[in-house]
Design a protein around this ligand. Sequence first.
Ligand SMILES: Cc1cc2nc3c(=O)[nH]c(=O)nc-3n(C[C@H](O)[C@H](O)[C@H](O)COP(=O)(O)OP(=O)(O)OC[C@H]3O[C@@H](n4cnc5c(N)ncnc54)[C@H](O)[C@@H]3O)c2cc1C
Length: 302
Amino acid sequence: MYDLIVVGAGPAGYTAALYAKRYDLDVLVVGEDLGGLCNEAYIVENWPGTKEIEGNELMDRMKDQIEDLGVEVLQKRVDRIEGEDTFSVHVNGKIFETASVILALGADKRRLNIEGEKELVGKGVSYCVTCDGPLYRNKDVAVIGGADSGLKAAMLLAEYSDNVHVFEATDELKAEKIMIDRCRENNKIKLNCGMAPEKFVGDKFLERIVFQNGDEVEVDGAFIEIGSVPNESIKKIGNRKITRDEGGFIEVSPGLSTNVEGVFAAGDVTTASNKMRQIVTAAAEGAIAAYSAYSYVGEKDA
Ligand SMILES: Cc1cc2nc3c(=O)[nH]c(=O)nc-3n(C[C@H](O)[C@H](O)[C@H](O)COP(=O)(O)OP(=O)(O)OC[C@H]3O[C@@H](n4cnc5c(N)ncnc54)[C@H](O)[C@@H]3O)c2cc1C
């Protein structure tokens, strides 16, 4: 019987395990993809205390740190979780019992799924302006997506880049009027509607975007901002549905508890941290959720 099982082996899951272990809880981490989304982050430049580190290297270090403390990390998918007072976590035919659970399932950036996209990720194509924007200082960049996140990305990119072209596939921008006005007032930002990308072209690095209407635009970088898709691999605990918002993100309290007692959530999969989906916020949520799980287990034992 574990005190805590953490589902997810990204920054939220690993940090939750780190804190929980230091609170002396008996912890198991089960994660399908060890390292999580961070493995895709080519170079991370915003993890405090480390000027530059490859995403997978950072995650290997987090894993080493918790394993050194004695946390067991299992590379497997959790199929389902049953139980009410205590929980049974089903993993590939085996069952692990635990007093509490942290769901650190992550979210994925929505992809365009067009030619050249996969090949050029980290080579001009990016899903994270906060992470990669500073790499495009004095360059020409594109933002794909004209909703709020796209225009926010454009405003941020205009701090670094010379020309920021926003491309919205439909005939109108979907962002708040105030954001549209701000972008219109910024002479570095050019807003374009009715421009759906067909493919990204580049040999070693992105060179241009070809659009469905036949237009081509030369840029050094393209930021895809068409939303995030939360991981919904675990929707219920027993028969109780985990409450999610309309976008599928798990609704949490300030202490990161879910609607199911004893089940907490952390990282990109939650509605917390103002939905700022970053390594540092995922890690912070992991720490908070671990503290809540520790308090919960302590109260149960008392
Ligand atoms: C290309 C790219 C670059 C990025 N660059 C940066 C950057 O430079 N700086 C930054 O701060 N952020 C960056 N990010 C964002 C950052 O990667 C995420 O915010 C962070 O990884 C979220 O951590 P998480 O632990 O919440 O989720 P994730 O890292 O997504 O981890 C989720 C974990 O849950 C597991 N999981 C899901 N379902 C199950 C299941 N049923 N059973 C078992 N395991 C399961 C997954 O396998 C995975 O281990 C980048 C993102 C992308 C896509």
